[in-house]
Design a protein around this ligand. Structure first.
Ligand SMILES: [Zn+2]
Length: 204
């Protein structure tokens, strides 16, 4: 994939995530890693009118190679995850409301539905609190993502990773969906997570 194609893909999923209400206002950010560069959404540009030319191309150390805007203020978090998890090629960070509510509770989203196993790796762990805009936010997330495809960032939001943006995006959708259903189920009464034996059987 060329850098131009990477910009188009990042822009496409930024607009789609906004349309799906995974992002509110100018919150949320996403990136792709390839050709030794990170293509990331800009900071504070409205998703309704964003174009591939608004995407920012940076080196992993933050040096701006292309772009008329500053990169997302969370570029250090993205760079830390690519550094610590070399198999990851795409990252989506949201403040999607149902999942972020669990992050505000500092709670894990338990493995309550079968699709959480293939799409998310099981339950959704909580990364320890770290200040926004820091490398530490990425290093804490990388710890939580040791055997998962998505995690919560304490008092902040969500993160989903993948080898493609399409996969990371699907995981963001399942993360928010699982959190929504879990919230409704908690309102109905006691929830019953999938037991360890069944989780092991589903993981094969
Ligand atoms: Zn955020």
């Amino acid at each position: 994939m060329t850098i131009e194609q990477m910009k188009q893909e990042v822009c496409h999923y930024a607009k789609q995530s906004y349309a799906e209400k995974l992002f509110a206002g100018t919150s949320g950010n996403l990136s792709l890693f390839g050709n030794e560069v990170i293509v990331i959404t800009p900071t504070s540009v409205a998703y309704e009118t964003i174009t591939p030319d608004d995407m920012v191309v940076i080196k992993p150390d933050g040096t701006i190679l292309e772009g008329k805007h500053a990169p997302s203020s969370e570029w250090r978090m993205h760079a830390a995850i690519y550094r610590l998890k070399p198999e990851v090629r795409a990252i989506i960070h949201t403040h999607s409301p149902y999942a972020t509510a669990f992050a505000v509770n500092n709670a894990v989203i338990p493995a309550i539905m079968i699709e959480m196993v293939p799409f998310l790796g099981g339950d959704v762990p909580l990364a320890a609190f770290a200040l926004p805009g820091t490398d530490a936010l990425g290093t804490e997330a990388a710890k939580a993502l040791s055997d998962r495809y998505a995690c919560l960032l304490a008092n902040h939001g969500t993160l989903a990773i993948g080898d493609t943006l399409a996969r990371a995006h699907t995981r963001s959708i399942y993360l928010e969906d699982s959190a929504k259903i879990c919230s409704i189920a908690i309102g109905n009464g006691t929830i019953k997570p999938i037991n360890q034996e069944h989780l092991a059987a589903m993981r094969g």
